[in-house]
Design a binder for this molecule. Structure first.
Ligand code: PDD
Length: 286
């Protein structure tokens, strides 16, 4: 059975979904996106994703294509139509299709934005990778300076994943001015002497929705949290490391650049945070 996807107001089988060749998402990566996880058929932290989407659109002077309530309904309808119990919903908004290829933004009153959503089934809560932990390499962070905006310019993160694959590893952590920014598609953390350390918010990283929730749960559980930059050497000498994202939740990292982190197995802090995150977000799911 083919997937039912949402394109500009209609629900259609994926083979019947079409976007113009002039769409600015295709020509200029002029678009933003969100990935919301689904557990037990319910949306995890929909509000957080909706707020961040609004912010990304605002930073790029792009109009909101539909209201937040309409967006919630589209997410729920896609879950229903595709019988999705666990996985993600991908959402993309682009500045639409102008009459020609033109670097200047089109008049938003004449060119409506494009809105696309589709489901992706994935086992996130019970993950074999979470039992083993990930191996990462470090690479230079050469992305643009507004990583706080969730744009679809994902070529370098994609290349980073391929560099990791070529090295026989799972992912890459990116380094700028000697300090870790984030993973290719996730936020990065280390644990040292019981303190959870993750880079502070700014333009250099995406403000992860999972990050926000995990730090809140950690503080509520009386764990110590420091939001500051850390070096890759500090990470290699840490007791634990992990990542967070909507598509992995809390995922342990056990090796960085061929160096085992701590015991080289998923650490207790990451494992506990994963459990807390799953329980708390299931309880609050919409
Ligand atoms: N990626 N940093 C980057 C660069 C990301 O692409 C992501 C998410 C995150 C974590 O954000 P959140 O917790 O809101 O998912 C951090 C998504 C999952 C993706 O591109 O598929």
């Amino acid at each position: 059975m083919s997937r039912i996807v949402y394109v500009n107001g209609t629900y259609v089988p994926e083979e019947e979904a079409h976007i113009s060749v002039f769409d600015r998402g295709f020509l200029f990566a002029d678009g933003v996106y969100e990935v919301t996880s689904v557990l037990d058929g319910k949306l995890i932290d929909f509000d957080g994703h909706a707020v961040r989407l609004e912010r990304s659109l605002g930073e790029l002077d792009m109009a909101q294509p539909v209201t937040k309530d309409a967006l919630l309904e589209i997410h729920r309808e896609l879950v229903r139509r595709n019988d999705l119990t666990e996985g993600m919903i991908y959402l993309q908004v682009t500045r639409g299709a102008d009459a020609d290829r033109d670097f200047a933004f089109p008049d938003p009153d004449k060119v409506p934005s494009t809105l696309v959503l589709f489901t992706q089934a994935k086992a996130i809560s019970k993950s074999a990778a979470a039992e083993i932990g990930l191996k990462v390499i470090s690479i230079d962070d050469i992305r643009w300076g507004r990583r706080d905006i969730k744009t679809v310019q994902l070529l370098y993160p994609s290349m980073g994943k391929m560099m990791a694959k070529a090295a026989g590893k799972d992912d890459a952590w990116m380094i700028e001015d000697g300090q870790v920014t984030e993973g290719t598609s996730n936020n990065a953390y280390i644990v040292k002497d019981g303190t959870i350390i993750t880079r502070h918010l700014g333009n250099e990283i995406l403000h992860g929705i999972t990050r926000k929730a995990v730090l809140k749960f950690a503080r509520e559980a009386q764990m110590k949290v420091e939001e500051r930059a850390f070096t890759i050497d500090e990470a290699k000498a840490a007791d634990e490391a992990f990542i967070t994202s909507a598509s992995t939740f809390v995922m342990p990292v056990v090796e960085i650049d061929d160096v085992s982190v701590g015991a080289g197995t998923p650490g207790p802090v990451a494992q506990r945070l994963r459990e807390i995150y799953l329980a708390e977000s299931m309880a609050a799911a919409q």
